[in-house]
Design a protein around this ligand. Structure first.
Ligand SMILES: [Zn+2]
Length: 419
């Protein structure tokens, strides 16, 4: 314990030297790193030195971004930010952006910043993640609103994994890339109401932003890129019959009629199948009929959960489903706006991700990508299995690696403009 505190002190010292001295001999810095090279932090730094051919200035910047990101993450955890109640955490992000010398814009609880040198003629890359959390699950061993850092280098707290670590890592990457030569515009957006797909979230703010050509969406994916994501439609249907007394042979049972509809839905297959997402998944998830035991029911309500893929638009999928159930029932969508999303395998971002050794995959879960009418990749630190669970945590190295990966991916990347 004593030892690790000493080593962290060394790292802090490096940052302070750089700040106070302005330009200093990089060899001095190098020595300091070597002196403390026995700690786990420093081993990682040694690795960076190796990969980046002794670019110590770069290492210092990355180090500083990393520690700032951790500080911000802890502050975020300590502010409850349930969906539709993100006001205070939005204030925090707004202040943070301003603190680093960027202009912060705000719409409701969505906060964004456009990097300097914006040029209409260039394509625009959007970095996005969400600042809202779900309510804490039962079974937390610690206070979910008090960030708790352990000796094995994890931070526990509500929203650390989903998606605080992504927010702070993307903001760190934004800070780095804002200063770099780019042939694309860069926008950072911390949006709200993601967990409830709310109307005041990303959907409300996209029209106010420069038109994006591609987006990186930060969600816990173990830093592997989800290049396609299923969409969602919830359908409501009523199957009718004719009421009658159960004791006599009369009426037409709506439950029996619904069974035909359910069987048709269960057996429905589509001609086209998405390469990344597989088949469209249709599940009847709720059913409700009957008022009392001796009355043949004349109505049976069903609810159908449809996970759509990029093989069809939501409207096309809906048409095929209604064609299949025929006249027995009309299934009405609550909304068709949560479209399947994705990005072409040939997109330069996907190609670069592959060069970095990443393995593109199709994601069955839904994010704000569903509301983006342009290509997007979902990639972020942490593991989706930890989301919405008690004792949610993020590992420190996951944040460091995320910042590094975003920067390596995007620095010098060519972004094509959408027509
Ligand atoms: Zn999330």
């Amino acid at each position: 314990m004593e030892k690790s505190r000493f080593q962290v002190a060394k790292l802090v010292q490096c940052r302070q030297i750089r700040k106070s001295a302005g330009i200093i001999d990089s060899l001095d810095l190098y020595d300091i790193f070597i002196i403390s090279a026995s700690s786990r932090h420093c081993k990682k730094i040694s690795k960076l030195i190796f990969f980046n051919t002794l670019d110590l200035h770069y290492i210092c910047i990355m180090d500083e971004l990393y520690y700032d990101a951790l500080d911000l993450l802890k502050k975020m955890v300590s502010i409850p930010s349930f969906s539709r109640q993100e006001n205070e955490v939005a204030d925090l992000i707004e202040n943070e952006i301003t603190k680093y010398g960027f202009k912060a814009c705000r719409h409701g609880n969505n906060v964004w910043s456009i990097a300097p040198y914006f040029d209409e003629s260039m394509p625009t890359l959007l970095l996005n993640s969400h600042i809202d959390t779900v309510k804490p699950a039962d079974g937390w061993d610690t206070n979910p609103f008090v960030p708790f850092e352990t000796e094995d280098e994890r931070i526990y707290g509500l929203g650390t994994n989903d998606a605080g670590a992504s927010v702070v890592s993307l903001l760190a990457a934004f800070r780095y890339l804002a200063d770099c030569d780019r042939d694309y515009n860069l926008v950072f957006l911390a949006s709200c109401e993601e967990e409830v797909s709310g109307r005041n979230g990303i959907e409300s703010v996209l029209p106010l932003l420069p038109k994006a050509d591609v987006a990186i969406v930060g969600e816990p994916t173990c830093m592997e890129p989800a290049v396609a994501e299923k969409g969602l439609m919830v359908l409501d249907g009523i199957v009718t019959g004719i009421a009658g007394h159960a004791a006599r042979n009369e009426g037409e049972n709506a439950i029996y009629n619904a069974m035909d509809v359910i069987t048709a839905l269960r057996e429905l297959t589509f001609e086209r199948e998405s390469e990344m997402l597989g088949p469209v998944k249709i599940s009847v998830t709720q059913i409700e009929a009957g008022k009392q035991h001796n009355v043949i029911p004349d109505r049976c309500k069903i609810v159908v959960d449809v996970r759509t893929t990029d093989a069809y638009s939501n409207i096309e999928t809906l048409e095929l489903i209604n064609k299949c159930v025929g006249e027995k029932c009309t299934l009405v969508p609550r909304s068709t706006r949560l479209e399947p999303s994705g990005i072409e395998e040939s997109h330069p971002l996907v190609k670069r991700l592959k060069i970095l050794g990443k393995k593109p995959f199709g994601s069955p879960t839904l994010s704000d990508q569903a509301l983006m009418p342009f290509p997007s990749v979902k990639i972020g630190p942490g593991d989706s299995a930890r989301s919405h669970t008690a004792n949610e945590y993020i590992c420190l190295h996951e944040v460091r690696e995320a910042i590094q990966t975003y920067v390596t991916l995007l620095d010098g990347c060519h972004i094509p403009k959408n027509e």
